[in-house]
Design a protein around this ligand. Structure first.
Ligand code: DAH
Length: 436
């Protein structure tokens, strides 16, 4: 899902060379959480989408606090809208963010520590919220417009028409406010259908932060509620950036998110480049009014933990976070932000090109999903390398390059050829394209 304003530069940390994605007739990337574009940085209607209807408004049900790994039949349901695959189900419950010595867990804890030091005892932390949520929580309650691209089943995993695997931790904003919390951090795994490369993986981790102010707070500060929220937000997040990355220069970029107004992105100057770190803003008043008491103001932010961990620890490929290889895991220790990943070996890659006439069923996300299901984590990148339309017939041909590489071992020609054969068959059958 790439949904950023067309004007801003790409902030994705591309470790795999220049992006052939510029061939795509879509806007350049700007915002990128954990190395991934942020769909919410785009206003609605930015590209034509088939969307699910907004769930009907209803009285808030009591929060059902399920935890743990969902059962397979809870997410692979056979419902007409169900697009969760076994590959995705297998990733659920890994809880990388709850492992103290894992880079994702280390970053999470460092952020918790920062907020605890800044405002002792103020922030409640939650890191076991159930990843299966209603479309109401994921979209409606945070004011994602009815025609917003992120509602498209091409971009989001649907369990059924009214239930999704959360595609952002913002899905927990409203319910946590309703439970009466006025300052909180929610960390969890989030799920998105997307392209495949070194910084994109269909499961990753986010943290949501919210702080609510009351009238006494802004009177004491001698400013308006909105001014206090914006000022405290910027001070907190600049402090956080310095806590994680050292004495870096920070800059604020105006942004758009459905849930905040005004909205901003924070960038830091790190290793010679401006890097986007997170999205944030003053919470849309409607969210606060509908889920908290009247007469308050709040700020909110959302950040991607993989993105921060890749930048901070020099991790070159997002798949490494899912590795069970001790040569990766043993390089990190709880509480240590100074570790820098030392590659143990870079195994050779192998690529296969595949050209076909596209069909209405075809989308790059569908292709990537299919390739992942067959090739698993051996797939390093799927990139469009050629694209043309035959003037006479009006048919469009795409050529994709699939790069295979293991993080752990050398691959044999036979196994890659077998995978690629299966990919070609499945592409022709399921995506109804005509191979060339
Ligand atoms: N939910 C956004 C995303 O996944 C991130 C985000 C941006 C969260 C701004 C926020 C916010 O709370 O204020 O891309």
């Amino acid at each position: 899902m790439n949904f950023a304003p067309a004007t801003a530069p790409s902030m994705a940390t591309r470790t795999s060379g220049p992006s052939p994605r510029s061939l795509h007739p879509r806007p350049a990337l700007a915002s990128s959480f954990q190395g991934r574009a942020c769909p919410y940085a785009f206003k609605s209607g930015a590209r034509p989408v088939r969307v699910h209807a907004v769930a009907p408004a209803c009285v808030a049900a009591p929060v059902e606090l399920k935890t743990g790994k969902p059962k397979r039949e809870e997410v692979i349901t056979g419902a007409p809208d169900n697009n969760v695959t076994d590959y995705i189900y297998e990733k659920m419950g890994a809880d990388l963010h709850r492992q103290a010595d894992h880079p994702i867990g280390i970053i999470k804890q460092a952020i918790y520590d920062f907020f605890e030091a800044r405002n002792p005892g103020m922030f409640r932390t939650f890191d076991d919220r159930y990843p299966v949520v209603t479309t109401r929580a994921n979209f409606d309650e945070v004011l994602v417009p009815a025609d917003h691209v992120s509602r498209n089943p091409n971009d989001t995993y649907y369990v059924d028409a009214n239930t999704v695997l959360r595609c952002h931790t913002s899905a927990h904003q409203a319910e946590t406010l309703r439970a009466g919390h006025s300052a909180f951090l929610v960390t969890g795994d989030v799920y998105r259908r997307d392209s495949i490369d070194a910084t994109h993986y269909p499961v990753f981790h986010q943290m949501e932060g919210v702080r609510v102010f009351n009238e006494e707070d802004w009177k004491a500060a001698g400013v308006s509620g909105a001014e206090l929220a914006e000022k405290d937000l910027k001070a907190a997040l600049e402090g956080l950036a310095k806590h994680l990355f050292g004495d870096v220069e920070c800059r604020w970029i105006d942004a758009y998110f459905p849930f905040t107004n005004p909205s901003f992105e924070l960038e830091i100057f790190f290793k010679g480049k401006w890097l986007e770190v997170l999205g944030c803003g003053v919470m849309e008043q409607k969210i606060l009014d509908e889920n908290f008491e009247p007469g308050h103001k709040a700020w909110a932010f959302g950040l991607g933990l993989e993105r921060l961990a890749m930048v901070l620890f020099d991790v070159p490929d997002i798949r490494l976070f899912w590795s069970n290889d001790d040569r990766f895991l043993k390089q990190f220790k709880a509480g240590d932000l100074s570790a820098r990943f030392k590659p143990y070996s870079k195994y050779p890659s192998c690529y296969k090109d595949m050209a076909f006439w596209v069909s209405p069923e075809f989308s790059e996300n569908n292709l990537c999903e299919l390739v992942r299901n067959i090739g698993g984590d051996l797939v390093e990148e799927v990139a469009l390398i050629d694209n043309f339309t035959n003037k006479k017939t009006g048919r469009t041909s795409n050529c994709f390059r699939i790069t295979y590489r293991s993080m752990e071992r050398s691959l044999t020609d036979e196994e890659i050829n077998a995978i690629q054969d299966n990919v070609r068959k499945a592409v022709a059958d399921e995506l109804k394209v005509e191979l060339r």
